[in-house]
Design a protein around this ligand. Sequence first.
Ligand code: PLP
Length: 357
Amino acid sequence: MKKHNFYAGPSILPESTVENTIAALKDFSGTGLSLMEISHRSKQFVAVVDEAVALFKELLNIPEGYSVIFLGGGASLQFCMVPYNLMGKKAAYLNTGEWASKAIKEAKLFGEVAVVGSSEDKKFNYIPRGYTVPADADYFHITTNNTIYGTEILEDLEVGVPLVADMSSDIFSRVIDVSKYVLIYGGAQKNLAPAGVTFAIVKDEILGKVDRVIPTMLKYSTHISKESMFNTPPVVPIYAALQTLKWLKEMGGVAEMEKINIRKAELMYGEIDRNSLFKATVPAVEDRSRMNVCFVMNDGFEGFEKEFNDFATERGMIGIKGHRSAGGFRASLYNALPYSSVEALVAVMQEFETLKK
Ligand SMILES: *Cc1c(COP(=O)(O)O)cnc(C)c1O
């Protein structure tokens, strides 16, 4: 039976990413050696990093004056690296979910944190609006896509202070204006590569402004000046990331991807809103994530949750159980998930509705 992969992360990747990485694990770039066995400083691997950086810049239309680096430690290490490198006395944060809360917790280790808005009062089911960002904040940190609760900030905000974004789960899913941000980072394992590599897009001029001593490994400037080769980078995930970037380009780039993602999300939310058994957890249409669609059993049907999960799993739907802190269901519709997988899930929801009515 065909499996439809709705996991939230690590998650579905393009077939070509998996196939090409397997091939390189056996013979990397005609070297006769495995990708696992080659020096990160070999000319063949340096070429991989260079091409990946170039494709990042091309696909996201990154302006001059920005560096793209590959790091270890996951997005979670960025929660600490961001304030370490950028916070003088004060920074502003928007609390839109668990990842945002974790970022806030780390930032508090370095100075004053103004949490200018939070949706915690309603289990993070909306994007706060109408807040004011203090003009003396060194930066404003947002989580553009809230992977666990299924909300997304779909515009590039203008707040008057430098903008920093965790885009772990929506990078390359829609067109963004990189010039509106001073730093964009994310773990690669949602939309780009297997776990193990983190990307950061850094505006060079924002660095070097804080007085504190920063350990060498935690300084963005270290990794920028050594072109992601200060220490051994995660070679295999970077190779896989390059395959995904090539696939994205072949698909027509981020604008094309965004069109498909809008269609997938519309199909999915359309069915949830129509089907009497289910209910979306994010009521405001404009706040709904295109990447992680969260839903629960509708009022009166709560008892069917486990049954539907089993029913869908038996029909090849993998990974639709909601995050342990959110409950219900979550269908992740990352770039590599085909439209036909959304159609398959919708068909299963309709079949279940027919059975229960
Ligand atoms: C998954 C995720 C993280 C955590 O990433 P790690 O690489 O596991 O540290 C952080 N932020 C967001 C938005 C995520 O989706």
